[in-house]
Design a protein around this ligand. Sequence first.
Ligand code: GDP
Ligand code: MG
Length: 682
Amino acid sequence: MSSSIPAEGEVPSTAIDTVSRMSLLNISEEHLQDEKQSLHNAPLVSSYNDKIRPLLGAVDRLRHLKIMQEGIQLPTIVVVGDQSSGKSSVLESLAGISLPRGQGICTRVPLIMRLQSHTSPKAELFLEYDGRVVPTDEEHIAGAIITATDKIAGQGKGISNTPLTLIVKKRGVPDLTMVDLPGITRVPVYGQPEDIYEQISKIIMEYITPEESIILNVLSASVDFSTCESIRMSQRVDKTGQRTLAVVTKVDKAPEGLLEKVTMDDVNIGLGYICVRNRIGDESYEEAREEEAKLFDNHPLLSKMNRSIVGIPLLAERLVKIQATIIVKCLPDIVRKINDKLSSNVEELNKLPRNLTSIGEAMTAFMHILGSAKESLRKTLLRGEFDDYPDEHDMHCTARLAEMLNQYSEELQSKSSANATKNAFLLDVISVLEETKAIGLPNFLPRAAFLTLLQKNVKGISFAPIAFVEKIWDYIEKVVVSVLMRHSDNYPQLLSSTRRAAQNLVSKRKKQSIDWVIDIIEMEKLTDYTCNPEYVSMWNKLMAHQNEFMKALNDHSKPRNLHIDGYGDVDVAHLRSHVAVAQEAFDLKMRLTAYWNVVLRRLVDGMALHLQFSVQNLVNKEMEIEIINEMVGPNGNGLERMLEESPTIAEKRKRLNNSVKLLKEAKDVVSKIIDKIAAYVK
Ligand code: GDP
Ligand code: MG
């Protein structure tokens, strides 16, 4: 599928070529906006027509394909205006046909009007809606539009956002595509829904918001422009007015002060004003144009207006130029967007799981998920490679685990020293010695005393290793679940089983670790042993202070404070009444201190090895067995479930397929037009 996608940059560069070719054709933006060659310059319009027609045709085809559904905006001339301001009449004047008009709401759906000049003297008219093309003629057009509108928006006065397309092929019309929108009404008339204003403004905003839209603001000469709802709306999306052109209608009815109004430009119309007189009553199109010309030639006030801002022919010409400008400006971007969108959709489509049709296929897909999840777990939990999760701090597991282990070690240290300083120096040892006294020689340290003290110490920190193990496994569970979820993302049917498998396994492992920790703690309580020579060397270092300590006790002139290297500062004043046991107590305390260091390190080292071992086993062996059991074990029907495609995936696949089809067609349209332009230039 992806083979039909062009290499990046391919089409956009062609599109840029198009722009430079357009400049060669002398229809660059500056040229298009050159106001001097304006009035009644029919050949100019038609030469623009010839050149712009293929481009406009392409844009129209894109519109017809509904490319806007893909979020790709097309250059569009949007006709807005308050109700009865004369929108339909202006379009009618441009097309030389009769549209439904009158009191009340007539334009109830967006009407896309495509005017195409053709050579035959006979006009051809079509209406397109609901995927149908209905031929009609000038005589029946008004009725046909009403019928079509009723079909789209229902009979009555409701409105709809589904557009109706009117194609007018007629000699002498400018090549223009415009969208006529329902007029804005503040107050619903009888039979209109209450929220008619909101409905209409929503449609209008949708059409005029894109930067690609030119807003043709139709204003009646008889009103104060600044009170027009349509002006307020267009100002919201086009503050500077740079893409707003005003058409002032009904100049025949209110010629007074018109010149001042358009010269003052109170309402910020960037593209300027054009004043027109539309068809009145039963006039034919030709009669109406004659009347308009007469009016601007002879009327005492209107004849004073600059020729460059009056009349339907001039409006036609301006619109053709503006249209060419925006198309030339927007086309490269459109081509780029089509390509971007197409390749991202194709990519997304390829990422969707294949629709599985047999147990064998399901098995393959399942094994693939299992394999890739396992590899991902190895990377994150064991090897410390986090390219799968570059920005997710929590998923950089080896670093987080090391961090937690360090914290654990610090916690053990600080907890121990807090326990040690709770009592005054040696008093706890002395009271234990009192209680372990026995009938025997005095210069043997009772082992029972040492063990009692050791057990007290171990008990004092015993909650910390258990809490640590719980915390670590909670963390691992989060990581494992998140990796598994990510890998089974495409098969929602797998999500719950894999999650369950991971949670079961982790909770089993957590329990095992807690049992292990409890055993370790019991072992530490039971036996005092180490082969670590550091124990003896530390004890010697501490015992080097024994003499100094005893002197401080016996000789009351010595300071009562002393510093024991490796233990800390102690105050001995309270011990001067316990001189008899002090020496023995000091020895015992120093043995305990030297040994306690060994115990703490053993707790941390053992924990580190245990965790590495358990996580390694979990990732390399146990995880997949657990998941397989859950999926295809005695109670699992996971593979069967994988065969049923989830409705969300099916829906997504359908949507993407439609969108890819549409974008491919759109790509065909634009690539053809680009070739055409190239051929035309040569
Ligand atoms: P829309 O609601 O904006 O589409 O307005 P219409 O085009 O339906 O026009 C409303 C009314 O104004 C109709 O009766 C038209 O005949 C009338 N009208 C439109 N333009 C002119 C004009 O230039 N001069 C005069 N005298 N009447 C006009
Ligand atoms: Mg109308």
